[in-house]
Design a protein around this ligand. Structure first.
Ligand code: 4AD
Ligand code: MG
Length: 461
């Protein structure tokens, strides 16, 4: 008999004479004449109530079915007598596949998130993390659906790269040299020409530069993959390894880019609202009581747009005292971004036209010479979830930008070629997948929306 997932059994429209379920015991209650076993297989938040009658030849097995044990049940799917569920299974055959004893760490509810991070290999078996990772999976699917339906081509950009796209120097080095005795140059530095790739290589911080080459051939493309940053930020929003979605569009300017970003974010929220309803209700009950109203509010309203210069005006005239006072030319800190999204605009807001000095070399310079066609999408509760820009398509201006950033033209020869041969205005952005998941689930720490988080000082499992 083929296995039925609990999710499908719960959605049955008629009773069934025989059904096979497999999963893990969440709880067991023994009465005189029978036992109730709640079986969960991860396919849904809700488990299936299984009734094992004491007269069953297999009944002895039930005594070994402790919380955490894996079991297999064959039986009948019948309308439940009890409140709280529509269906239940009356066992005809009950088998323990793998026992779990009293040391199983997920015995009862009410564990702290810190404790659960310490058992990242078991936490997907909890209600909260089962829900988080079902939503993560669904939204990954929705990412592809969104772009594929709009004719974007999915490009696999390299994970190992020689270029620092963002120019922030937050690179993890990839090398096979012996750290104890690396080959030396005559000047005494490490001789990377003898390294595996015959040059310095790193884990990518962004697939954008390679993505641009494909946009300048296939028109609309997107990447979706892991990115790495050796940034020593100990916050609830930074991870050293995270997933990013980077669309890139040829023949597109910043306003087209901002429009796509808004449409994309709304698509993901709408998709989760439709396809992860039970999981989102769980988050609204146990994690963030305002979650659903906030998501619906975001879906209904157009995002605000505000230039960086106007944002500085709003911040300096707000009458607030900031931990980090802010003036034109400064990077916005989390407190500023959150004030704008949460208190001033009270909705997602796209800031654009940032000072040139704050942004990487590839952004298109505005006619004022001081600002670039950059955008950051800020959302309430989190701050920046998207960073993007129109790219500098003019060869001479790009060369000047490289020089200003002390980057060598030799290293970027192929990137410059895009401007030499058939250059076009083009634009794109990067959405941090984990930050989007935090927004959709209300889970406040990035460590809890990624299966095995990598953060400074921590790469367990
Ligand atoms: O703003 P960022 O650095 O932009 C880029 O990497 C561009 N190359 C994107 C592009 O235009 N194609 O990063 C983009 C997004 C941020 O808005 C944030 O959501 C996320 O990536 N992000 C991080 N998420 C988790 N942990 C980190 N350390 C992150 N750094 C950036
Ligand atoms: Mg950014």
């Amino acid at each position: 008999m083929p296995r039925t997932l609990v999710k499908d059994a719960l959605a049955a429209t008629a009773p069934r004479d025989s059904i096979l379920l497999q999963g893990w015991v969440r709880t067991r209650r023994d009465a005189k004449a029978f036992s109730f076993v709640e079986l969960n297989d991860g396919s849904s938040l809700k488990g299936m109530q299984v009734i094992v009658d004491a007269t069953l030849p297999d009944y002895a097995a039930v005594a070994r079915a402790h919380t955490g044990a894996s079991v297999e049940v064959q039986g009948k799917l019948v309308a439940s007598q009890g409140a709280g569920q529509q269906w239940e299974v009356v066992a005809g055959k009950f088998t323990v596949i793998g026992e779990a004893d009293a040391t199983y760490p997920l015995q009862k509810k009410g564990h702290t998130m810190e404790f659960l991070r310490g058992i990242a290999h078991l936490r997907p078996r909890s209600n909260l993390f089962g829900a988080v990772f079902r939503v993560r999976s669904r939204l990954a699917y929705a990412v592809h659906q969104f772009f594929q339906e709009r004719g974007f081509v999915y490009v696999h950009t390299p994970i190992i790269t020689a270029s620092d796209c963002e120019g922030a120097g937050e690179l993890f080095r990839v090398t096979t040299l012996d750290p104890a005795k690396p080959p030396r140059t005559e000047q005494g530095g490490v001789d990377y020409t003898q390294d595996f790739f015959a040059k310095q290589a790193y884990l990518t911080v962004s697939g954008q530069l390679e993505g641009e080459t494909f946009a300048c051939a296939l028109s609309n493309i997107y990447t979706f993959g892991p990115t790495f940053r050796a940034e020593n930020s100990h916050t609830s929003r930074h991870a050293s390894e995270f997933w990013m979605i980077e669309p890139e569009m040829a023949f597109c300017d910043l306003s087209g880019d901002m429009a796509l970003a808004e449409e994309f974010v709304k698509h993901l929220i709408r998709d989760a609202r439709t396809h992860c309803a039970a999981d989102l209700e769980f988050f609204a009950k146990f994690v963030d009581k305002d979650l659903l109203t906030r998501l619906d509010f975001v879906l209904e309203r157009p995002f605000q747009r505000c230039s960086y210069t106007d944002a500085i005006g709003i911040l300096t005239q707000s009458g607030r005292t900031w931990e980090h006072p802010v003036a034109w030319g400064d990077n916005l800190q989390s407190e500023h971004e959150r004030f704008l999204a949460e208190e001033h605009f009270k909705c997602p807001v796209t800031l654009f036209d940032y000072p040139r000095t704050l942004k990487p070399f590839y952004m298109r310079v505005n006619d004022d010479g001081r600002t670039v066609r950059a955008m950051d999408l800020l959302v309430p509760g989190i701050g920046e979830i998207i960073g993007g820009s129109q790219r500098e398509e003019r060869l001479e201006v790009l060369r000047e930008n490289l020089a200003q950033h002390h980057l060598s033209e030799q290293d970027y020869w192929w990137y410059l070629d895009l401007r030499r041969y058939g250059t076009v205005p083009h634009a794109g952005f990067g959405l941090g997948f984990e930050r989007m998941l935090m927004f959709v689930t209300g889970v406040p720490n990035i460590r809890d929306v990624i299966p095995f988080a990598r953060t400074p000082g921590s790469a367990d499992f």
